[in-house]
Design a binder for this molecule. Sequence first.
Ligand SMILES: Cc1cc2nc3c(=O)[nH]c(=O)nc-3n(C[C@H](O)[C@H](O)[C@H](O)COP(=O)(O)OP(=O)(O)OC[C@H]3O[C@@H](n4cnc5c(N)ncnc54)[C@H](O)[C@@H]3O)c2cc1C
Length: 318
Amino acid sequence: MTQHFDVAIVGGGPAGSAAAWQAARTGASVVVLDKATFPRDKPCGDGLTPRAVSFLQKMGLADAVASFYRVSGARVFSPSEWNLAFPKRPGMPDHGHVVRRTALDALLLENAHAAGAEVRQGAEVIAPIVDDGRVIGVTLRGGERVVADAVIAADGAYSPVKRGLRLDSKYHGYSAIARSAPRCPSTALQAWRLPMGFTAWPPWRPGVLFAGDALGAARPVSGAGISKALQSGMAAGECAVAALVNGGPDDFTNYAQRVEADWGSEYRRGRFFHRLIGVPAVANAGIKVLDKVNHPGVRSHLLFWEGWGSAPDQPPNN
Ligand SMILES: Cc1cc2nc3c(=O)[nH]c(=O)nc-3n(C[C@H](O)[C@H](O)[C@H](O)COP(=O)(O)OP(=O)(O)OC[C@H]3O[C@@H](n4cnc5c(N)ncnc54)[C@H](O)[C@@H]3O)c2cc1C
């Protein structure tokens, strides 16, 4: 059986749901394919930065977000302890939230469905379908083919779509280490490598756009990935539809231009910073200096790097 859509989105995490929400609102036919059955969990600190909150507000989820546990800053152990308040930015909340990914991701997927996207859970994509150098759809486990004018790969850090295209991921980040929480039976530490600072460039190939962890969209330094998954997902959904309407699926340069304009210079600085702190002597010296600079503004700027960026558009009036 073969189904055809305007946009097929692989992955129903924050990036995929945001892309689906954005694309479906234009009237495009959209399907989200996720191998999991929701609610599903994922390794995460469950922290929403103020910017992530502002994107959720933009997606019409302000009331739901307000019910999540509210936080006003972050505590950093350096080895001394820094308590950093979230910076105040025009048009953005001055607080974040914490919420289990089981709840957040199910909420986002339902929001995409409510916007008009078809959601298929338990639908594992095993490979992209490539025809004459262009991605024209995906094959599901079991052999079903889903054909689409544009595919958005929002399938996480180990992106099977990217691997199917033999695209290497270049990691610019470090490992996120999570101490096992009471909900985990093991007492061991677990570590995950975070894709950040863009792991593949350009963020598209003919017929396919990459978003969220599949793009390596997480913010260098802080590693905050949910806000960037939402932001890149919305941009991918919007740019995919705009390109299809105005030219076709061979060229998603508009998406590369959007991502470059929004984050290009900041992520170049981030990658440089990571190369620097990859040298242990430099990292240790830097931490000592920062420990002595008892100025929360300087530390806050480093951690919440985006502090000087612009706020996203205001929530729509619907
Ligand atoms: C330990 C750790 C802690 C973190 N803490 C934070 C934090 O506190 N705050 C923060 O902002 N970020 C945090 N991050 C980063 C954040 O979790 C990610 O950046 C974010 O989840 C990326 O969203 P995504 O939608 O791109 O990918 P994901 O959330 O990974 O979603 C990808 C989806 O694709 C689906 N999928 C995968 N393969 C297939 C397939 N073959 N077929 C169909 N579907 C498929 C998966 O089931 C999944 O639902 C953390 C990451 C780690 C590892």
